[in-house]
Design a protein around this ligand. Structure first.
Ligand code: AMP
Length: 309
């Protein structure tokens, strides 16, 4: 069994899309990453996060039911869970954040359970960069791969801390706008080059419905997103991608560029399910057969024979 440590928010989300509106539902980066990584055999995943006393036990059970260890999820009895609210317009590639209430996150000090401190892969999901660094500091040996995901919110309030933790990770996964913000470069090729110099040898840039790019020095790989007739709610797609990417690498134990290409495809395939329903709903009903079929669709979508004379 390969160990995967996941850090990120476990949250309440309120979402509005052209298709409808939800009250506070289950969300959070670590939730989506965990639910996605849980689809891989031979991966012993553990979430490190914090929730308040208002967080329902049945939500935590959804993770443990899928064998995601939650010993590292602290429950602050008299605290309130992190809350995020967002609104999408007709173009589902961009969203407005309506509210970010840090609540228990404000004083959170992560604790990686002892038997996960030697994890092979560390997936640093969206959280304060100092919290991400603290998780890395607790590892008893250098992980085979440290992957970091972040977003504009943390760039706006903690850019210097983010730059410091970037020096210590192998892979960064971010969306196109965030790559531009982080690097100050508009071209994504130049943005990736600049981000390489900040630390990560591998840069994954997620482009929503336009797929994802993987950069490593002079190597580049592109995976499309599966064209879907209906995207209901893109919330969590980036984290689900990160869960598929890190879960596949943990399962295979191979962190070469060639294998990362496959990890990008797994990430994209899993993310394509996430957006089909509101919140975590689709990920909770997902079967192995459906994943297999979708991977086949990805293959069919991108494979072609061409004779070059
Ligand atoms: P994604 O759509 O994959 O980028 O991530 C959506 C999830 O990120 C939601 O479930 C939110 O709870 C969570 N989230 C939103 N803002 C933040 C933030 N500033 N830090 C950590 N997690 C966040």
């Amino acid at each position: 069994m390969s160990k995967l440590v996941i850090v990120g928010t476990v949250a309440f989300d309120a979402i509005e899309t052209p298709f409808g509106k939800t009250d506070k539902i289950l969300g959070g980066a670590a939730t989506y990453i965990g639910l996605s990584a849980a689809n891989f055999d031979n991966v012993d995943a553990a979430a490190v996060s914090v929730v308040g006393g208002d967080f329902p036990q049945e939500y935590l059970d959804l993770l443990t039911d899928r064998k995601v260890n939650i010993d590292g999820v602290e429950i602050v009895k008299d605290g309130k869970t992190f809350f995020w609210s967002g609104k999408y317009h007709n173009d589902m590639n961009s969203r407005d954040t309506l509210a970010t209430e840090l609540n228990v996150l404000e004083t959170f000090t992560p604790v990686v359970p002892e038997n996960y401190q030697n994890a092979d892969i560390v997936m640093l999901g969206n959280l304060h960069p100092l919290t991400q660094q603290s998780v890395l500091d607790q590892m008893s040996k250098k992980p085979k791969l440290a992957i970091l995901d972040t977003m504009n919110f943390w760039m706006d309030i903690a850019m210097e801390d983010l730059k410091a933790v970037l020096k210590n990770v192998d892979v960064i996964t971010i969306n196109d706008e965030e790559a531009r913000q982080l690097s100050g470069e508009y071209s994504l090729v130049n943005a990736a080059k600049k981000i390489h110099t900040m630390g990560p040898k591998y840069v994954v840039i997620k482009k929503g419905e336009h797929g994802a790019l993987l950069f490593n020095e002079d190597n580049m790989f592109y995976a499309p997103a599966l064209p879907l007739a209906e995207v209901f709610d893109p919330t969590g797609a980036g984290d689900t991608f990160a869960g598929g990417f890190s879960g596949y690498l943990a399962k295979t134990g191979n962190v070469s560029f060639e294998n990362m290409k496959k990890a990008v495809i797994y990430g994209s395939a899993l993310a394509s399910f996430c957006v089909e329903k509101f919140g975590t709903e689709r990920m909770l009903s997902l079967t192995d057969e459906e994943i297999y079929e979708r991977l086949q669709q990805f293959k069919d979508l991108t494979q072609f024979e061409i004779e070059l004379n």
